[in-house]
Design a binder for this molecule. Structure first.
Ligand code: AMP
Length: 270
């Protein structure tokens, strides 16, 4: 496998059948040892203690790989999670998500998006007009997969995130995930807040608007969170959207612009 130009390395950790942690990279064979070890360490160091960890390594054909650029990043400063959610609602509406659909996403993320009130391993798929849940398995959701940064873009992003004092791994992974989601035809927006009780920030991402960070989208200590991908496509096209999210490999070779943070003032106009 080490001769192959690009490998997809994926980790998933769970406890008693519940998702704890996941991560993945695209890299050449020479990086496999280091990346696999880093993902394994992340799983082993999870504070809730995994009882099952899987590591998958898959060779990808170089011809199948698409290239892309990360979105521009805007940060809107909000006083607390209530204002953060108001801002997120306005941004989703601006991206073309209907009010009912946005409300359905907020409600699901607040109560725990899986049917048992737990967190999901993947994202909810939500019809951007009706708010209907579209994913085949509402306990698991759909995981965006097979995306990463080129080594040069990763170095550049690392420098930017260090300069801005942001959590490098977390923001990097979220940006790459959001970029893949935004590059998927049929998706109009994404909403995310973490399930990590210590991390209150989240974002709305949408083609044309970029990656819109909100430092507070949930109260500190809240362990429920997740992601919603909003779709505007026919049921016939749903399978193509899911295939693209899960299987199309995308390598991001350029980073976007980081705009200075500014106070949320009720709209995202420049
Ligand atoms: P995290 O940003 O790692 O705290 O993840 C928060 C939630 O986002 C997870 O509980 C999942 O529901 C969802 N999620 C994480 N990774 C992915 C992914 N690759 N694709 C879709 N949803 C994801």
């Amino acid at each position: 496998m080490s001769d192959h130009p690009l490998l997809n390395i994926r980790m998933h950790a769970s406890r008693q059948g519940r998702h704890l942690s996941g991560g993945e990279r695209l890299a050449g064979g020479e990086e496999l040892d280091d990346l696999a070890l880093a993902l394994l360490r992340r799983a082993l160091e999870h504070p809730r203690g995994a009882d099952r960890i899987s590591l998958t390594v898959e060779a990808l054909s170089r011809e199948a790989i698409r290239r892309g650029r990360l979105p521009d990043v805007h940060t809107f400063l909000v006083d607390d999670y209530r204002q953060g959610r108001q801002a997120a609602m306005a941004l989703l509406r601006r991206a073309g998500v209907g009010e009912a659909a946005a409300r359905a996403a907020f409600a699901a993320l607040s109560r725990g998006p899986a049917p048992d009130g737990g967190n999901m391993r993947g994202a909810m798929l939500i019809d951007a007009a009706s708010g209907a849940r579209l994913e085949a398995d509402p306990a698991r959701g759909v995981r965006a997969s097979r995306m990463d940064l080129s080594p040069e873009a990763a170095r550049e992003l690392d420098r930017e995130l260090t300069r801005l004092g942001l959590d490098r791994r977390r923001v990097r992974e979220a940006l790459v995930l959001a970029a893949k989601v935004m590059a998927t035809p049929g998706i109009v927006a994404e909403l995310c807040w973490s399930d990590d009780p210590d991390y209150t920030a989240g974002y709305v991402a949408a083609p044309g608007l970029g990656y819109l960070r909100l430092p507070h989208l949930k109260p500190a200590g809240e362990g429920r969170g997740g992601r919603a991908f909003f779709l505007r496509c026919s049921i016939a096209d749903l399978a193509a959207v899911v295939t693209h999210l899960q299987l199309t490999p995308v390598l991001f070779e350029e980073i976007g612009r980081f705009h200075p943070p500014r106070a949320w003032e009720g709209s995202c106009h420049e």
